[in-house]
Design a protein around this ligand. Sequence first.
Ligand code: ATP
Length: 330
Amino acid sequence: MGVEIRVEGLKKSFGRQVIWEDVSFTIPAGEISALLGPSGTGKSVFLKNLVGLLRPDRGHVFVGGGDVPRLRENELYDMRRKFGVLFQDGALFGSMNIYDNIAFPLREHTRKSESEIRRIVLEKMEMVGLTGAEAKLPGEISGGMKKRAGLARALVLDPEIILADEPDSGLDPVRTAYLNQLFVDLNTEMGATFLIVTHDIGTARVLPDNLGLLFRRGLVMFGPREMILSSTHPAVNQFFNARRQGPIGMAEEKDQAEVASEGAIPKAMPAPIPPQLMPSDGRLRPSMRRPGEWLREHQTKPPPGSFIDDQGRNWMTDWDSLVHARERPQ
Ligand SMILES: Nc1ncnc2c1ncn2[C@@H]1O[C@H](COP(=O)(O)OP(=O)(O)OP(=O)(O)O)[C@@H](O)[C@H]1O
């Protein structure tokens, strides 16, 4: 089962360059959260701070009773077992075949027998659709396969938290759709807490339960998907609707003159909120809320056309009939 990550007052700088400061929020247990932001706002640096690969200047990262930046080396080693991390390029060892790459954490962190390791590795390879690729070297497989191999390796220790840094970068839209489905299915199956860094707005709109935006050296907003996708906050609205007009510029932040030259930015209506991606086994997502619930509680109207799927079904009004007979995972 997943655990929550509570971040309090986190600040990170490199020399005089402040990457972000005063970052405080809670990543809910067992839910899928996604972190977005313009290039260079420190999303990868943030993930590395969560697992203790980088230390913040100040602040806390509470995970299961421990505060990651304050752990001693041996405690950090144990803490890292809770995490499965999928790095941007899969971070596979080039000289090891796919099987050995995936087996690596088991050989490093456990005393399991080779036959037990084999069972686990083959099971995870099947989960990510890599059966048959055991003997291949990373240089002999496609980018998408490398990502899936990295994901299989992140899964072998049955982590409570999965961090994925741009798992969809460089993937074609169909493979991205498969990978997103895999994340939903894994979350349903394992109940782990997911934090995914992505640039893909399509992914951000359908995959997570919660969304966050890093910009201007801080966390602008983090919260339920419906809150973020209906927000009229200038940066949030601009980013999640992929618009040019707004405070985010080509070089991250527009200067005052550039913002002034755009004149008053028309208050653009956020795009319709799509229904969430559902598990492929027909169950409900573990932490799925009724579509429109957050909006109703906060007396916010959904953007027109929201919650209608590509079969024309309306997940807000027809929820009871659509989820009839679906179960939540135990
Ligand atoms: N080890 C390091 N030493 C010094 N500066 C670093 C280090 N790691 C990252 N940075 C700097 O921190 C900033 C944020 O980098 P990071 O890779 O986290 O951004 P990002 O938001 O993930 O970007 P992208 O979306 O392009 O992947 C960059 O300016 C980068 O140069």
